[in-house]
Write a protein that binds this ligand. Structure first.
Ligand SMILES: Nc1nc2c(c(=O)[nH]1)N[C@@H](CN(C=O)c1ccc(C(=O)N[C@@H](CCC(=O)O)C(=O)O)cc1)CN2
Length: 299
C-alpha cells in the first residue's frame, strides 16, 4: 500500500468501533449472567453547547446498546463549581456507578482541573485524573484508565495491523486530551516519539520522517502530501468545522490532514468523519466495562 500510483488503505474507524462495541456487549451480558449486575456510567454535562449535547446523546445511546446502565446529570451553564463537585461526589459514593465522565469543555468560570481531580481514581473512565495521566508518563507504571481518544488512535493502529515497536511516531499537537497522552501511549508501545507543536521549527521536515503520524493540531488540512513519508500510517484526530453550503447544517467536519492528497502517499489513513471519532465512544465503553468488571467480579 502507498506505493507510487497506489492509494492508501482507509482505516474504517466506524467498523472497528462497531466490532469493539459488539465485543463489549457480549462481555456485559456475561457479567450480568454471572453476577446479576452490569457496569454503570454517569455522564455529567454543564450548559447546552450543541456539540457537547450531541456527544453526550451518542454516549448514552452507546451505553443502552451495550447493556451498560447510564446515569445522566445536566446542569445549567450558570451552575457553580461547588454544585458540579457535589454531583461528582454523589456518583463517587454510588456503588452502581463504575464510571464518571464530565463532558468537556466546561464553562470558563469552572476549574476543570479541580473537577476532574475530584472524580474517584477507580471511576475515572475518561482517564483525565492527574494520577492516571501521571502513571501514563512513568516507566513501570500503568494507569487504571487511558484517555479515550488517544487510546482509540492506538487501538486503530493495532487493529489495522500497524507494527509500532521501534517505529518513528510524530504527534502533531500537545493538548492534555489528545496530543500529550497519545505521545506517552506510543512511547509505552516502544515507538520513538516526537511531538510537533505551534513553536516547532520546520514541522514539515520532522513529520516527513514519521512512520506513524497522529494529527491532533486542530487546524484544517494542515498536513499536506509533501509532509508525509511514502507508506506512513496516518491517524487524523482533527474535527474542524468548515462552511459547506450543500449541507443542511451549513458546515461539514474535516480533519487536520488533507485526505485527498495524503492518501496518495500514505500506506494507511483514517477519514474524518468515520475514523477516530467513533473510537472515542468505543473506548469509553471499554473503560467502563473494565471498571465495572473490577468492582463487580473483582478482576
Ligand atoms: N469528557 C470528555 N469530553 C470530551 C471528549 C472526551 O473524550 N471526554 N472528547 C471530545 C468529544 N467527544 C466525546 O466526548 C467525541 C467527539 C467526536 C465523536 C465522533 O464520533 N465523531 C464523529 C462525527 C460525529 C458528528 O458528525 O458530529 C466522527 O468523527 O466520525 C465522538 C465523541 C471533546 N470532549
Amino acid at each position: 500500500m502507498g506505493g507510487r500510483g497506489s492509494k492508501a488503505a482507509v482505516i474504517d474507524g466506524k467498523a472497528i468501533a462497531a466490532d469493539i462495541r459488539a465485543e463489549i456487549k457480549e462481555e456485559v451480558a456475561k457479567l450480568k449472567a454471572a453476577h446479576g449486575r452490569v457496569p454503570g456510567l454517569a455522564v455529567v454535562i454543564v450548559g447546552s453547547r450543541p456539540d457537547s449535547a450531541t456527544y453526550v446523546r451518542m454516549k448514552r445511546k452507546a451505553c443502552d446498546e451495550a447493556g451498560i446502565r447510564s446515569f445522566h446529570e445536566e446542569v445549567p451553564e450558570t451552575a457553580t463549581e461547588a454544585e458540579v463537585l457535589k454531583i461528582v461526589q454523589s456518583f463517587n459514593a454510588d456503588p452502581d456507578c463504575h464510571g464518571i465522565l464530565v463532558q468537556l469543555p466546561l464553562p470558563k468560570h469552572m476549574n476543570e482541573e479541580k473537577i476532574l481531580a475530584a472524580i474517584s481514581l477507580e471511576k475515572d473512565v475518561d482517564g483525565f485524573h492527574p494520577l492516571n495521566i501521571g502513571k501514563l508518563s512513568m516507566k513501570g507504571h500503568e494507569p487504571l484508565f487511558m484517555p479515550c481518544t488517544p487510546k482509540g488512535c492506538v487501538v486503530l493502529l493495532e487493529r489495522s495491523g500497524v507494527e509500532l515497536r521501534g517505529k518513528n511516531a510524530v504527534v502533531v499537537g500537545r493538548s492534555n486530551i489528545v496530543g500529550m497522552p497519545a505521545a506517552l501511549m506510543l512511547m509505552k508501545k516502544d515507538c520513538t516519539v516526537t511531538v510537533v507543536h505551534s513553536r516547532t521549527k520546520d514541522p514539515q521536515r520532522i513529520v516527513r520522517e514519521a512512520d506513524v503520524i497522529i494529527a491532533a493540531a486542530g487546524s484544517a488540512h494542515m498536513i499536506k502530501k509533501n509532509w508525509v513519508k511514502r507508506g506512513a500510517a496516518i491517524i487524523d484526530v482533527g474535527t474542524n468545522s468548515v462552511p459547506d453550503a450543500s449541507k443542511k447544517t451549513g458546515y461539514r467536519l474535516t480533519g487536520d490532514v488533507d485526505f485527498e492528497e495524503c492518501s496518495k502517499v500514505a500506506g494507511k489513513i483514517t477519514p474524518v468523519p468515520g475514523g477516530v471519532g467513533p473510537m472515542t465512544i468505543a473506548m469509553l465503553l471499554s473503560n467502563t466495562l473494565d471498571s465495572g468488571r473490577r468492582a463487580i467480579a473483582g478482576k
